[in-house]
Design a protein around this ligand. Structure first.
Ligand SMILES: Cc1ncc(COP(=O)(O)O)c(C=O)c1O
Length: 479
């Protein structure tokens, strides 16, 4: 019988280059732990308790707080998802109004559901050609907070999956002027603010709560994450109460040890490791400067993605966002070609681009391998087309009910074209990256139905809550 374990070992030995999470890049020569069975314990004497940390775990979390610049830091073993759920719940009460970026991860939408929250959305501009979300601006936040004076929380994602960093400092100042705390989902930015050459992180930019997946961009094991608290707008007690709900009561010491080792590594060797990483990225940029058909966001020939446009405050250089729109290739087709022809596995594909995730555990060799593969692929493609001047914004559906109100009603599944005009009872994501196109309680317009059909036809995996066919939608039975 072939088990999952067997399959993982075969894959490990297959020579595939991981341009995806986790950030340790499966480099078993550099990142080692003894057989985890020998280290896997529970809260025995001398090993503290994550839910009431006073000993060895408190010390480790304080070390992490110092490194990232937070007042207080909690280890998370259920990923950033658990941190986002706890953070939103710590700042809100049942039925509150909140201001959230539309391009939020599904964990934030789950948090809206949990507390029956009433979302007002901040819609980032889209980046022409790529169609990815740009940044949220302080001006958008100011306008929204002026219009909706009952908002209890502002929540944004920075950096995004594509590495777009918003002006967190200005957004924090704006939110605080209105007395509202700012939560930054920095799941993709645990490596920010730790070394020159990378944008500042949200903790040192004034956010009140910041959630980071250590496993995504740093050398740590999958599911490891951090929740940081800063300032006085959110109490530690409120956060801890929610963590006691959302986080396992048996947190893995192996995972917590991985976070602590990662922090110790960064403290001791971070500077040299980031310097080498920056140098390897610079070399990659030099090698790929001649790409003609493919285009890297914020790099090379295209101006798109430059800071100052589309709400982009900065771009995280670790994300290599490979635009394929000039070439006739879709994002999924590009991902498949690199997999088949070069044994390079990317992180994700959207409609017109794909993302290679790099980390300080990438080597000169791994980045050279990707650069050569892109140059080879580029040479086989048609000459480039001009980028569109603007990207039409995705239609923001009309919200009729909260997510929870809609999900508590009876539903029926209809083909998309018959669902037009009705209220959705489910979420539809383009997956990954997990940005919802419609959520429960919103009305499906004809325009959005067309857009969903277009996405599905271009090969992007559309996923709905039921995991049902992409050309159907579950709507409220009585709507
Ligand atoms: C923006 C964002 N936030 C939160 C999460 C959840 O992180 P985790 O997988 O660590 O739970 C993700 C995961 O992809 C994400 O992309």
């Amino acid at each position: 019988m072939e088990t999952l374990y067997d399959k993982l070992r075969q894959y490990r030995d297959a020579g595939v280059c991981p341009m995806h999470m986790p950030g340790h890049k499966r480099d078993t020569a550099r990142w080692q732990m003894e057989n985890p069975y020998g280290l896997d314990i529970t809260e025995i004497d001398g090993f503290d308790n994550l839910h009431d940390a006073r000993g060895v775990l408190r010390e480790a979390m304080d070390r992490a707080a110092r490194l990232w610049g937070a007042e207080q830091t909690w280890f998370l073993v259920n990923g950033s998802s658990c941190g986002v759920l706890a953070a939103v719940a710590a700042c809100t009460r049942w039925g509150d109004e909140v201001l959230v970026a539309r391009n939020s991860h599904r964990s934030l939408y789950n948090a809206l559901y949990q507390n029956n929250l009433r979302p007002r959305y901040l819609c980032p501009e889209l980046i022409p050609g790529f169609g990815a979300a740009g940044g949220v601006t302080a001006r958008q936040v100011e306008e929204a907070l002026r219009t909706h004076s009952n908002v209890k929380l502002v929540a944004i994602t920075s950096p995004t999956y594509e590495g777009v960093v918003s002006d967190v400092k200005e957004i924090a100042i704006t939110a605080h002027r209105h007395g509202v705390p700012l939560l930054v989902d920095e799941a993709h930015g645990a490596h920010l603010g730790l070394a020159a050459g990378f944008p500042a992180g949200a903790v040192r930019s004034g956010a009140d709560l910041v959630v980071q997946s250590v496993h995504k961009t740093l050398p740590s094991l999958t599911q490891t994450a951090l929740l940081h608290r800063c300032g006085t707008l959110v109490s530690a007690a409120a956060v801890e109460r929610q963590l006691s709900i959302y986080e396992s009561s048996s947190p893995s010491y192996v995972l917590m040890a991985a976070i602590d080792r990662c922090a110790a590594f960064l403290e001791e060797n971070g500077e040299q490791a980031f310097a080498l990483y920056r140098e390897n990225l610079r070399r990659f940029d030099e090698q790929t400067a001649s790409l003609r058909a493919l285009c890297l966001l914020g790099r090379g020939r295209e101006a798109e993605g430059r800071p100052g446009r589309h709400g982009i405050h900065a771009l995280d250089p670790s994300k290599l966002v490979i635009g394929a729109f000039g070439s006739g290739l879709t994002g999924p087709a590009l991902m498949e070609r690199l997999r088949r022809e070069d044994k390079i596995e990317l992180e994700m594909a959207a409609r017109t681009y794909a993302i290679a995730m790099t980390s300080l555990c990438d080597t000169r060799e791994s980045l050279d391998r990707l650069a050569s593969a892109l140059l080879r692929l580029d040479a086989s493609l048609a000459p480039p087309r001009a980028l569109p001047a603007a990207e039409p914004a995705l239609p923001l559906p009309e919200r009729v009910l909260t997510l929870r109100e809609a999900e508590e009603r009876r539903g029926r599944v209809l083909p998309l074209r018959e669902a037009v005009g009705r209220i959705s009872r489910e979420t539809v994501f383009a997956y990954p990256p997990g940005i919802p196109l419609i959520v429960p309680g919103e009305r499906l317009s004809a325009e959005l139905a067309d857009h969903l059909r277009l996405l599905a036809a271009s090969g992007v995996a559309l996923d709905n809550t039921r995991h049902g066919p992409a050309d159907t939608l579950e709507v409220l039975a009585e709507s």
